[in-house]
Ligand binder design. Structure first.
Ligand code: ARG
Length: 389
């Protein structure tokens, strides 16, 4: 039998894929990525075996997701279509990379994912597969198999005498990791409908959030957040702490219609408490330490970085080149931003840095003004000159 490695979530689709592949002469190794989605991984491992996997790998990739993916995107200021912090998009190349590593170690011949043909994730997985293991066969069963409904998949498992508890299907399709949560389908497919409250899991309803604001100080070093309220945190712990603080204040909800890579628009709801706070703080620190030209120029690259990430082009030369650029930009991104979290908003209310370019003696309208106003007349004269006739 040909050996393949499957990116296994434990859901009905990927559980069906295992016997479906066996019918076609494949032996499946299931790979489960723990990205902080909070599942019962022991249970999911058992489910993979019950479905017929010959071997199961479960790796905790949370640290790598935050350090090598999310923090790079943060330094780059990558926010897709100005709203989406890319939690799901960042996780796919990471999962695919480890899947390829396992496949090579196991001398497997193929890579399998459970994505549909309409989404971005298939592209993110397959582009990474193709770049890292160009010779391996790629199988996307959900795009080609005969099942049209969940019930047909459940019936199929019965015919294979596979007994796994299928949890009651929620009307939504949800993707979760420690950096954020994405929710689509069901009533959300009508872009006019306000999202019902029960779809949210990482953030409380801003209306029911505490009546007193939470102040939080985030310390950055070279663009990387390292402290909360003066206390040092490791990356994963920092994200968890911010998820908690922002989540309880209802911070981090996004409702958007986005342009998918495959050409359709989709309506997606995101919860990204930590990412929202971190990006608000980053923007504020940038405003303090970066010169004007750098700020305006980098903005264009931020957008490009977000598009590359969204479009599955993480492991490409341009993304790596841009990391070198953003490392340079972030050389002076050391300092602290104080934010006020209150009923859904994360507002910066203070900022400081040893690299601050803000000069109070030039800005002040009070005592100690050192701005030489006698220069202004000449400046104004020359500024308008090119346009005068
Ligand atoms: N639209 C987001 C992206 O392409 C999330 C995709 C997964 N969403 C979901 N609800 N299952 O990155």
């Amino acid at each position: 039998m040909k050996k393949v490695v499957l990116a296994y979530s434990g859901g009905l689709d990927t559980s069906c894929i295992i016997p479906w592949l066996k019918d076609r002469g494949y032996e499946t190794i299931a790979f489960i990525a723990d990205l902080g989605q909070g599942d019962d991984f022991k249970e999911i491992e058992k489910r993979a075996v019950k479905s017929g996997a010959s071997k199961v790998y479960c790796l905790n990739l949370q640290k790598e997701l935050i350090e090598d993916y999310a923090f790079k995107a943060l330094k780059a200021g990558a926010v897709y279509e100005n709203k989406y912090y890319l939690a799901c998009a960042l996780s796919r190349p990471l999962i695919a990379k480890h899947q390829v590593d396992i496949a090579k170690k196991e001398k497997a011949k193929g890579l399998v994912h459970g994505c549909t043909g309409k989404g971005n994730d298939q592209v993110r997985f397959e582009t990474t597969y193709r770049l890292m293991a160009p010779k391996m066969e790629i199988i996307a069963p959900v795009r080609i198999w005969e099942f049209k409904t969940r019930d047909e998949e459940i019936d199929y498992l019965k015919t294979q005498s596979i007994k796994i508890n299928v949890t009651k299907k929620s009307p939504y399709s949800i993707d979760t990791n420690i950096y954020g949560r994405a929710i689509e389908c069901g009533i959300l497919e009508d872009p006019w409908q306000e999202p019902p409250e029960d779809i949210y899991a990482m953030t409380s309803n801003p209306l029911k959030a505490p009546n007193k604001p939470t102040y939080v100080e985030i310390g950055f070093e070279k663009g990387i957040p390292i402290k909360i309220d003066g206390k040092a945190y490791k990356p994963v712990a920092l994200i968890k702490k911010l998820n908690e603080l922002a989540g309880k204040n209802g911070v981090g909800r996004v409702d958007m219609v986005e342009n998918r890579l495959v050409g359709i628009k989709s309506r997606e709801i995101y919860e990204n408490p930590a990412g929202t706070v971190l990006n608000a703080a980053r923007l504020e620190l940038e405003a303090l330490v970066l010169d004007r030209d750098t700020m305006y120029f980098k903005e264009q690259l931020s957008q490009k970085y977000a598009q590359l990430t969204y479009n599955g082009l993480w492991f490409t030369p341009l993304r790596e080149q841009m990391d070198a650029y953003f490392d340079k930009v972030c050389k002076y991104m050391t300092g602290t931003v104080r934010l006020k979290l209150y009923k859904g908003s994360a507002q910066a209310v203070g900022r400081q840095s040893k690299y601050s370019r803000y000069q109070e003696q030039l800005a002040t309208y009070g005592e100690g003004d050192q701005f030489d106003q006698s220069l202004a007349e000449g400046f104004n004269t020359l500024w308008a000159m090119p346009f005068q006739k």
